[in-house]
Design a binder for this molecule. Sequence first.
Ligand code: SF4
Length: 265
Amino acid sequence: MHAATRRAIFRRLAAANPEPKTELEHSSPFELLVAVMLSAHTTDKSVNAATRKLFPVANTPEAILALGEEGVKPYLRSVGLYNAKSKNLIGLCRMLVELHGGKVPADRESLEALPGVGRKTANVVLNIIFGETEIAVDTHIFRVANRTGLAPGKTPRAVEDALTASTPEEFKHNAHHWLILHGRYVCTARAPNCPNCLIRDLCEYPEKTAAEKLKEERRSQRAFPGASKTRTFLPQPPRRDSRRPRKGPLRSPLRTRKPHKTAAE
Ligand code: SF4
């Protein structure tokens, strides 16, 4: 993609949303760290549902440690993999208390050493809390970067490196938010909303959704909420009937089965 096109994409995303924010609810660096850690393989909505109950009860490493693993589980039930995440949360709080005085560390190495914290979580914390220009690549950003041609790459790390190298400096700090929101609400995995996309003319995706197909998809979603997701992405097995030679009328195997012989016969 040409540098001028890339700049134009970010300029439009920035004009539409000058101050993008994370949708994970938090009121302290520690709450954000916990929310991002919990958000792996689950939606922000389900994380918010959990932390709205947990944080009023315990929102410091010490308070969560006092609850213990079994004590935090009931709060995290809305979050995917909550058993493993409860264990990680207690380990994370213990390390924060023992090694960092209960504070969220400001360097990548210390963050990534915490249980349940990987590169993506560390990037989000470094970006939002410590003002760095790290770009955390999640599933939405991975998709948008590849489809648009902004930063094609086969792995999240390749996309992250490409985005870091090519995003104009003035857009780098917010790039993560703009791309994640664009992927979540416009350039969705299934039937991206290309007809109403504000970067449609700049995007290099060759299979943009046509207006008619989008209408059809929306109709199907309204009629069968959640059902078309499976239909679109999973390969469907061939229908048995289509492989059967059509030589005559189909007969029920029950009707063709011979009756059992009785002892008298
Ligand atoms: S035009 Fe379509 S594929 Fe391209 S960014 Fe917009 S929604 Fe995504």
